[in-house]
Write a protein that binds this ligand. Structure first.
Ligand code: ZN
Length: 160
């Protein structure tokens, strides 16, 4: 497949996910909640997580992930693909995926076979102004997991 065709394929998947997201809404129950904002494009996102107990009872496995938000196709498609990829993962694995995604946006990594759908977002790395759009949902997810101990809601996280 030529590079141009590959780029078209990436764009098709992003537009398809933008028009017909599979993971919009809120989880029930909501165990984690975080809003995120990307001022450079105006994208906003709300991530909710439902966690279930793992084998050792730590309660850190992601049973369900949903998002709501307004923004560009890249931000919304990235959130939708992220939600698919996170189901069944532990929060520790999810944080590793955040790092991997951010490395991919710097052109330094890609996801292994079982998570290859996320590699669709690789094309965005060629457009530096859009990288923050693709990163927004992952950035917000990290805050949802890491800020979990805070008693007070954290408000918006910004990726500026
Ligand atoms: Zn955007």
């Amino acid at each position: 497949m030529s590079l141009d065709n590959l780029r078209d394929l990436y764009q098709q998947v992003i537009l398809e996910r933008y028009k017909k997201p599979r993971n919009r809404g809120k989880t029930d129950p909501i165990d984690r909640y975080q809003k995120g904002h990307n001022p450079s494009c105006g994208d906003t996102i709300e991530i909710t997580l439902h966690l279930t107990a793992s084998e050792n009872g730590a309660g850190d496995r992601i049973e369900d992930v949903k998002f709501e938000g307004e923004g560009c196709a890249i931000a919304m498609a990235s959130a939708d693909l992220m939600a698919d990829a996170l189901r069944g993962k532990t929060t520790t694995e999810a944080l590793e995926m955040v790092q991997k995604f951010q490395s991919m946006m710097r052109g330094e990594a890609e996801f292994p076979q079982e998570l290859r759908k996320l590699n669709v977002m690789q094309g965005v790395a060629q457009f530096p102004v859009r990288i923050k759009c693709a990163n927004l949902s992952w950035h917000t997810l990290r805050a949802a997991i890491e800020l979990a101990q805070n008693a007070e809601p954290a408000g918006f996280v910004s990726n500026e």
